[in-house]
Design a protein around this ligand. Structure first.
Ligand SMILES: C[S@@+](CC[C@H](N)C(=O)[O-])C[C@H]1O[C@@H](n2cnc3c(N)ncnc32)[C@H](O)[C@@H]1O
Length: 242
């Protein structure tokens, strides 16, 4: 009887979170985000500070190996060594390492809101013998892409980035990217579909397919879903200039 009562209280406290702890820590995170907003700072400022704090963690071989899959996927979708590529939300330059080796020197550009992840990624690549003159990376604090103004990108890639971005930021990024896309340029990205289960947390954003399509079409793109990406939660998609 007592145990049943305890279980029932726990179930109610847990709600649709994984655990009571997870629910509590998500509420604390929400308060921190609110605090950032009250002092005039943005979601990006909050999230960048959070990511910078753990940028030194050990990535593990499995995580880094995922970059092969990314490169092969992009090659299957037309990436050639001549392409100029933007890796949006490049993180620790996981995909970057593979792409820089594949592309002609100077053809890889990466941007990310976490300066510390970029720094750690660059250190790893240089230790692996990649010449830092062969690629360009920029820490950013908004989605306006001013750091790469004037470039024309053939392939733009964002893996597991829109799943951490509010819709307004996605729209701003798409608008900023549009004039930077080369003729025949493509933007391949994935997002978490709202009709699939996801871990509830303050840093997770999911979108209905039609919602994502509308965001893209509003910024002048033709949107298509790609069904050849084997991943349980992220839906791959591609946009080109409409
Ligand atoms: C899950 S990680 C993926 C990193 C990388 N794309 C990969 O697959 O290895 C998501 C990355 O997106 C970056 N990010 C989140 N919001 C961003 C934004 N608005 N602009 C640029 N980067 C962003 C984060 O800093 C983080 O490094």
């Amino acid at each position: 009887m007592l145990q049943a009562l305890k279980n029932s209280i726990k179930t109610n406290l847990k709600g649709d979170y994984k655990s009571v702890d997870k629910r509590l820590s998500t509420q604390v995170d929400k308060l921190v985000v609110l605090f950032y907003r009250l002092i005039g700072r943005s979601w990006i400022d909050y999230y960048a500070d959070r990511l910078d704090a753990n940028a030194g963690k050990d990535l593990g071989d499995d995580y880094l190996d995922g970059a092969n899959v990314h490169l092969q996927y992009l090659q299957a979708h037309g990436l050639t060594p001549d392409h100029v590529m933007l890796d949006y939300g490049c993180g620790w330059l996981r995909t970057g390492g593979e792409a820089i080796r594949f592309l002609k020197p100077g053809h890889y550009f990466g941007v990310d809101i976490s300066a510390e992840r970029i720094k750690a990624g660059c250190e790893r690549l240089v230790a692996e013998g990649i010449d830092p003159a062969n690629f360009e990376v920029h820490p950013v604090r908004d989605c306006l892409l001013r750091e790469v103004a004037g470039q024309k990108f053939d392939t733009v890639w964002a893996n597991s980035v829109f799943s951490h971005m509010p819709g307004d930021d996605i729209s701003a990024m798409l608008a900023a990217l549009r004039p930077l896309l080369a003729i025949d340029g493509q933007f391949v990205f994935n997002f978490v579909r709202a009709d699939r289960p996801m871990i509830k947390s303050v840093k997770s954003f999911s979108y209905e397919v039609e919602e994502m399509r509308a965001l893209c079409e509003a910024e002048g793109y033709a949107f298509e879903l790609l069904h050849d990406w084997d991943y349980t939660t992220h839906q791959m998609a591609r946009v080109v200039a409409a």
